[in-house]
Design a protein around this ligand. Structure first.
Ligand code: DGL
Length: 256
């Protein structure tokens, strides 16, 4: 069982930003990454659709045999983590959520911008998180519906991306935020472009490191950490195209 892979799931390629952190924290593990790019973006879909797609992908991953599932997608976590845990009560399932807690701890009483998909920001899970911290900080929700597709196309720089970022962020940038939470796993790949638009002041934070630590903790608790040799990474995608796998590899090794 220790040699079974850790499955990592996202609506598309964004979860590779989490896979990179997982590998950093647990290089000896075997990982099976699955991106549902054929159905991306999830963020503009209804909660029911996101839940159905997520459960379908999870079923396939569990059927292949994996010792844990990391839902490396804020949108799928918000809409489906409860349903997943109900359906697979005996499995180790870890989700990701916008790193608002971290941002509030690091910038008490500050202004915090949360960039995420429309679905993540409208779900009850985020409302509960926001309510918890609203007294300590000024929190601005910033839906960024168009950004996911830039990453899915491998367009991580350039004038079109900058224009899109300016349009989506401009109404929230004065006064400058103290922190910007990258509340979608696609966004860390756009870190450089986001930095150019938000300026030098805000700290850019995401939830990948916390998710990787939590995964390690859960596996250790269950006695399922793999020991010894360097593990492997296998990447699959619901789009039957070699290009998407090439892009996935590029993102896995990107600097951002
Ligand atoms: N990567 C996903 C997230 O973290 C969302 C992408 C999508 O809209 O499909 O929210």
């Amino acid at each position: 069982m220790k040699d079974f892979p850790i499955a990592v799931f996202d609506s598309g390629l964004g979860g590779i930003s989490v896979l990179r952190e997982l590998r950093k924290h647990m290089p000896q593990e075997n990982f099976l990454y699955f991106g549902d790019s054929a159905n991306a973006p999830y963020g503009s879909r209804s909660t029911e659709e996101i839940r159905r797609l997520t459960l379908q992908c999870a079923q396939q991953l569990f059927a292949q045999g994996c010792k844990a599932l990391v839902v490396a997608c804020n949108t799928a976590t918000s809409a489906a983590i409860t349903a997943l845990r109900e359906r697979y009560p005996e499995k180790i399932i870890i989700g990701i959520e916008p790193a608002l807690k971290l941002a509030v701890e690091r910038h008490p009483h500050g202004k915090i911008l949360v960039m995420a998909t429309e679905a993540t920001l409208r779900e009850q899970k985020f409302a509960a998180l926001m309510e918890k911290y609203a007294d300590d900080c000024k929190i601005c929700k910033c839906p960024c519906p168009a950004l996911v597709e830039f990453v899915e196309r491998g367009e991580l720089h350039g004038a079109r991306l900058t224009a899109c970022l300016r349009e989506e962020l401009q109404s929230s940038l004065a006064p400058s935020p103290d922190a910007v939470v990258l509340g979608c796993t696609h966004f860390p790949f756009l870190r450089q472009a986001i930095r150019e638009v938000v300026g030098d002041v805000p700290e850019l934070l995401d939830g990948a490191d916390g998710t990787a630590k939590e995964t390690r903790r859960r596996l250790a608790e269950a006695g399922l950490l793999r020991e010894g040799l360097q593990g492997s990474i296998s990447i699959r995608n619901s789009l039957p195209s070699p290009e998407i796998l090439i892009l996935s590899e590029r993102l896995l090794h990107a600097d951002a």
